[in-house]
Write a protein that binds this ligand. Structure first.
Ligand SMILES: NC(=O)C1=CN([C@@H]2O[C@H](COP(=O)(O)OP(=O)(O)OC[C@H]3O[C@@H](n4cnc5c(N)ncnc54)[C@H](O)[C@@H]3O)[C@@H](O)[C@H]2O)[C@H](O)CC1
Ligand SMILES: [K+]
Length: 498
């Protein structure tokens, strides 16, 4: 199977096409709904002790899944209460079919349903939500929130746009657990949606992955399966020069940033790492680094002179650099080599007055790693969700663009995109971006292609932060990379041995 199919993300419109393709291939829509509802009932019984469950059903197929789940839980002996938004006579198709088969009582829709409940199943709106919640639906969502009851959401928490991860109005369900079907949607991994879904479970409802061949996908959730085949594990007959040489251009006042970047490049396996340190602060870099080489860069010697050594095959500019003319010149010198170049932090900000001059200079493999503020400085206020904005920026700049955050998006100029979902909150700490730029460069130096190297680096970064947990500071990250790599290596070997 195409690896991209495994972690494919499908926005609601595309999911509807996948449904239609599966139905055309022979599975009935009733079977799909039956499987979906059953998966919800199983999730509820697995995650909560048997208790008073309230199933809130909406007027569409999301509500239909709710009827199936309610009947199944009832048959398993759960005390079930069910509230339907709208008239039962207004239900259509599969939802009407399963409403008829529900053996319990359909109660009046209102917050009184929540009294004495122990868990709520949110089957109000799913993929079909198209506008802000109003009236009784809005009141109920507010009541569920106020009740602080645990919630299992069907497909997506009501109020959330599955395509963008944004709320369509001013209120939404915050779920503890979300059961979605076939594949996740971008809204499950993009913020704030990722935070509202709780744990997301993907249930197999009988749709074959092969439908994606025709239906396509909107992006992928970042995972090793996407790039582990091309991960540059060192070879026994290798040489340090086979593992590349990273050059990190160091700054004058914030010397820690380039050092973090250099250490990360080394830990992720670059054969050699050099920091080009401004002459006045050379001793600071030299005293702090051991295996990383430090080259004193005088004003008179341009970066291009140093880059005459063509073994330096990946360059980082930006961490702690200062948004200065010197930084601009360093960026242009690096890009002129057409070697793989990572531009972070001040290397991005330095081009804020004239972004087009940067885009013109990008002719070879280049990765831009802005956070939201730096992104806006370079690309302005691009409307749309983060996935769309990253794709637009990659297309405009010709670079792989990483928009950092809890839901880091990596997009390539050719349209490929991944959304990363393993970053814990601990990663929001000073210097973690510097480490990321070094990880990317370290993988580029070892010959990984820009989009793969960046996806892998973002994932390793998230794993390292998870491994450490609370109290993490950026210095910890490079030292955590070896154990993360070991676990990855072992899992990849196991998969190959199967
Ligand atoms: N493969 C799958 O993913 C399957 C998913 N299933 C479930 O089906 C829903 C999607 O069902 P759909 O009927 O298209 O949409 P909803 O139930 O979410 O919405 C119903 C209907 O309501 C109208 N509407 C939209 N927004 C509002 C609003 N704010 N206020 C009032 N009314 C609104 C609109 O007309 C919608 O169409 C999916 O999420 C899964 O749960 C299948 O069961 C199996 C296959
Ligand atoms: K829902």
């Amino acid at each position: 199977m195409n690896h991209m199919y495994e972690t494919a993300l499908l926005a609601p419109a595309r999911m509807a096409k996948a449904d239609a393709a599966a139905i055309k291939a022979g599975i009935s829509s009733l079977e799909l709904m039956r499987a979906a509802g059953l998966a919800v009932a199983q999730a509820v019984s697995r995650h909560w002790p048997r208790g008073a469950v309230v199933v809130l059903c909406g007027p569409g197929n999301n509500g239909g899944d709710g009827f199936v789940a309610a009947e199944q839980l009832r048959q398993w002996g759960w005390p079930v209460r069910l509230g339907l938004l709208g008239e039962r006579s207004a239900l259509k198709g599969d939802a009407a079919h399963y409403a008829k088969r529900f053996q319990g009582r359909i109660e009046a829709f209102g917050p009184q349903l929540l009294k004495d409940a122990t868990v709520v199943v949110d089957a109000l709106f799913g993929a079909g939500l198209s506008k802000a919640l109003e009236g009784p639906a809005r009141e109920m969502v507010q009541a569920v929130r106020d009740s602080r009851l645990p919630v299992c959401a069907v497909d997506v928490p009501t109020g959330l746009d599955g395509a963008t991860g944004q709320a369509l109005g001013d209120t939404y369900i915050r779920a503890d657990h979300t059961v979605t079907f076939f594949r996740k949607k971008p809204g499950h991994v993009l913020m704030p949606g990722r935070a509202w879904c709780g744990a997301v479970e993907v249930a197999d409802i009988g749709i074959a992955a092969s439908v994606l061949g025709d239906v396509g996908l909107d992006a992928c959730e970042n995972a090793p399966v996407l790039w582990s085949d091309v991960y540059p594990w060192p070879q026994l007959d290798g040489h340090k020069y086979h593992r590349g040489h990273v050059l990190v251009v160091g700054g004058e006042s914030m010397t820690g940033a380039a050092r973090l970047s250099a250490m990360a490049a080394a830990r992720v396996g670059a054969g050699l790492v050099t920091v080009a340190a401004p002459e006045p602060v050379w001793p600071i870099y030299a005293a702090a680094l051991t295996s990383v080489m430090v080259h004193s860069l005088s004003d008179a010697e341009g970066l291009d002179t140093l880059l005459a050594d063509t073994r330096m095959n990946a360059i980082v500019v930006g961490p702690g650099a200062g948004a200065s003319e010197a930084t601009r010149q360093h960026v242009l010198a690096a890009l002129a080599t057409r070697r793989a170049t990572v531009l972070d932090a001040d290397a991005i900000t330095a081009f804020a007055p004239e972004p087009a001059s940067l885009f013109r200079a990008i002719r070879g493999p280049c990765i831009l790693t802005p956070h939201e503020g730096e992104f806006a400085r370079l690309f302005g206020q691009v409307p749309g969700d983060k996935l769309w904005r990253a794709r637009q920026a990659a297309s405009i700049s010709g670079a792989v663009v990483v928009i950092k955050g809890a839901d880091t998006v990596v997009a390539a100029p050719d349209g490929r995109a991944v959304i990363n979902s393993n970053a814990p909150a601990w990663l929001a700490t000073g210097g973690s971006g510097d480490v990321l730029s070094g990880l990317i460069a370290g993988l580029l130096a070892q010959g990984m292609a820009p989009f793969d190297a960046t996806s892998a680096a973002v994932w390793l970064h998230g794993e390292a932060a998870q491994a450490f947990g609370p109290g993490l500071i950026a210095e910890d990250l490079p030292t955590l990379i070896p154990s993360v790599l070991r676990a990855l290596y072992e899992s990849v070997c196991q998969i190959r041995a199967l």
